[in-house]
Design a protein around this ligand. Structure first.
Ligand code: ADP
Ligand code: ZN
Length: 222
């Protein structure tokens, strides 16, 4: 399964990806996580991108495409399957991704689009807390850690992302509407788009998708 996860910030892409990863054992490649790791490590790349990420702007296409190209083509890159979360985010990125995957003969199979309403997005993002160690995502009221202020799975400290404040959320939504929504149509044209209701609980979505994938597998066997 080679899957792209699409949807506005706060649609629950990361949470769903973690559930899919648990069930189907396919890696989750999140460009947001990769960028935050670079910033945390204060690498040259981390320093270059910090201003963009913290203000809610997109990192330039050349930089992010290069990162993904390395991840997908380097030695030991996942071949049978992966979920891309947060990439592609522009038409240029989507086109570049197709070109990279064409070279290695491994096209994207589906793009899961998590359609979500604005009040839901704001509530999810303002209440979101992330584990500093493993990146697990919690929500103060909807999905609290059983252990309070530390991560359920690794006891890491939970923190609020610098870009999860109201002003930056508004900026990220604008960027999403202008730059990212065109790629919904891009995947629709390729007949790869699978639309799901992002307002639903992630566990319910996992169930829906599992049914869908199993049906697909059965159809391919016939
Ligand atoms: P969310 O889905 O909550 O908006 P992400 O963790 O996916 O957040 O991304 C956080 C930030 O990282 C973005 O606002 C942007 O600055 C940067 N970023 C992540 N992925 C990309 C991408 N594909 N292209 C450009 N910038 C990106
Ligand atoms: Zn953790």
């Amino acid at each position: 399964m080679r899957i792209v996860l699409l949807g506005p910030p706060g649609a629950g892409k990361g949470t769903l990806a973690n559930l899919i990863k648990g069930k189907f054992a396919i890696p989750h490649i999140s460009t947001g996580d990769i960028l935050r790791e670079e910033m945390k490590a204060e690498s040259a790349l981390g320093k270059k991108i910090k201003g963009y990420v913290e203000s809610g702007a997109l990192v330039p296409d050349e930089i992010i495409i290069q990162i993904i190209e390395n991840r997908l083509t380097e030695k030991g890159a996942p071949r049978e399957g992966y979920m891309l979360d947060g990439f592609p985010r522009t038409t240029a990125q989507a086109t570049a991704l197709d070109a990279i995957l064409k070279k290695i003969g491994q096209p994207i199979e589906s793009a899961i689009y998590m359609e979500t309403t604005l009040p839901m997005i704001v509530s999810r993002l303002t209440g979101r807390r992330v584990c500093r160690e493993c990146g697990a995502v919690f929500h103060m009221t909807n999905r609290p850690s059983k252990k309070g202020n530390v991560c359920d799975s690794c006891d890491g400290e939970l923190y609020q992302r610098a870009d999860d404040n109201e002003e930056t959320i508004r900026k990220r939504m604008d960027v999403y509407l202008t730059s990212t929504t065109p790629i919904i149509e891009y995947y629709q044209k390729q007949e790869k788009l699978l639309k799901v209701d992002g307002n639903k609980e992630s566990e319910d979505l996992l169930q829906e998708l599992s049914d869908e994938f199993n049906e697909n597998k059965a159809a391919h066997r016939d």
